[in-house]
Ligand binder design. Sequence first.
Ligand code: HEM
Length: 137
Amino acid sequence: MLDKIDEAGSNKATFFELLGGVERVRALVERFYDIMDSDPKAATIRALHPQDLTGSREKLFMFLTGWTGGPQLYIERYGHPFLRRRHAPFAIGESERDQWMYCMVKAMQEIGIEEQVMVKLAEALYGVADFMRNQPA
Ligand code: HEM
């Protein structure tokens, strides 16, 4: 899978393919919010989210499907995500970023994503999470 040739002739499979498609992205996001909702280590970021996480689950699922290289579900429905701007109302510093990554990495481990894929995906998501920071520390 890692050396899969795509139509463009590149030898890079997308994260979407490496994960195994839409159902795996769904499973990852469901697990991510289950952890955020129950693990005290994520309490600060849980408190930033609405009580009912249904909308958050749906939006992150749609966003990550497109962001990993699958169908652009989020953009088709909502247009450009302007992610940094959308996160501006919430105080996000290093600890909030790290809590978000903690939930994501735990979710990846729990659903059994292959180690090699997990490391690369975590690295890429860390870049996005760090970009959301709007607090000095
Ligand atoms: C760095 C720590 C982060 C925190 C504390 C955080 C927190 C939040 C909060 C409070 C919301 C609004 C409630 C909601 O709609 O769920 C939100 C929305 C969202 N977040 Fe994050 N987020 C973080 C990082 C990320 C990252 C790394 C991504 C993408 C890889 C992401 C993707 C989204 C999306 C797609 C939405 C929905 C935007 C919309 O309203 O259409 N977030 N986030």
